[in-house]
Design a protein around this ligand. Sequence first.
Ligand SMILES: NC(=O)c1ccc[n+]([C@@H]2O[C@H](COP(=O)([O-])OP(=O)(O)OC[C@H]3O[C@@H](n4cnc5c(N)ncnc54)[C@H](OP(=O)(O)O)[C@@H]3O)[C@@H](O)[C@H]2O)c1
Length: 332
Amino acid sequence: MKLALVGATGLVGKTALTILSRLPVTELIPVASERSYGKSISFNDKDIRIQSIERALEMKPDIAIFSAGSELSKEYAPLFSSKGCYVIDNSSAWRMDKDVPLVVPEINGDQLTRDHYLIANPNCSTIQMVMVLFPIARIYGLKKVIVSTYQSVTGSGYQGLAQLISEREERKVDKPAYPYPIDLNCIPHCDRFLENDYTREEMKLVYESRKIMDMPHLPVHATAVRVPVIGGHSESVYIELEKPFEIQEIRTLLARSPGIKVLDDPATGQYPMPAIAHKKDEVFVGRIRKDIDNEKALGLWIVADNLRKGAAGNAIQIAGIIHQRFISDAPA
Ligand SMILES: NC(=O)c1ccc[n+]([C@@H]2O[C@H](COP(=O)([O-])OP(=O)(O)OC[C@H]3O[C@@H](n4cnc5c(N)ncnc54)[C@H](OP(=O)(O)O)[C@@H]3O)[C@@H](O)[C@H]2O)c1
């Protein structure tokens, strides 16, 4: 399979390279901006030159994973898909388009069809939250969600990571990703503010969760916060359910759900943290506890590596399904 990795030099692209051996890639086409032309990346013990996006289009890949921002995806994803290339887009450009499936394989992998050549990968904070909420919702019904996020600087790409490290080492920050220092601080917004006083990241949590779980009217209240952390995003999530439950039933249900790891024994120090989730595929959940005033409500603490399940991992999972279902049996 010929695969184009658009944004191969970014944090998502580099993470994808570390797990690309999960796919039967016979030819890799790494793509980056002009800044990186002339450079190479190493894959399968070979140095492969970075290509321009135009050249990658001419090379007719079977699958293209786009992780290079919305503007590039808006312009080029349709050009690739119109040539019969399956595009998996990590940006927000196509997520809310009604004709584009927004896919977390464990939840709605059935929306991947032979004819959908453009597939959107959801926002990182949304993926980890719906991974945990969906199994609960299927059995107990979901009435309301209140979420506060504690998001890693790696969610802002290499500039976010560079800002944190430069500040920590007391070096000048070249192109700050944030309007304030991030080290020894937390900033109560991710992405820009909207007219409704929420931020774009918060509204992604609302709209994308509704679309992925097919719950168009689900009330979701989100507060997204950037914290001086690498390794993953954490989320404090409060949910109200339609039906009452025993807390042990929820733990058992989540422990049996694919892609989820329950770490929930504070007595032995078992709870999810970014330091545990870093470079792992699973979504970790703990601090599972019933509301003391509402027998149909509970609190959860959800942590995942935003670059793995939140971005590259989910995209490669989708690519694997597409390869298995729609490419490997195609005539040569
Ligand atoms: N970081 C996350 O946790 C996360 C999670 C989910 C989704 N995403 C999305 O994934 C995308 C990439 O995020 P990231 O964190 O990897 O960002 P990043 O570290 O800033 O990397 C951006 C990548 O895009 C490339 N690029 C920029 N402009 C380009 C152009 N005109 N043509 C070709 N390549 C271009 C860059 O190449 P150069 O190195 O040459 O500049 C680099 O490889 C974004 O759309 C982001 O919203 C990120």
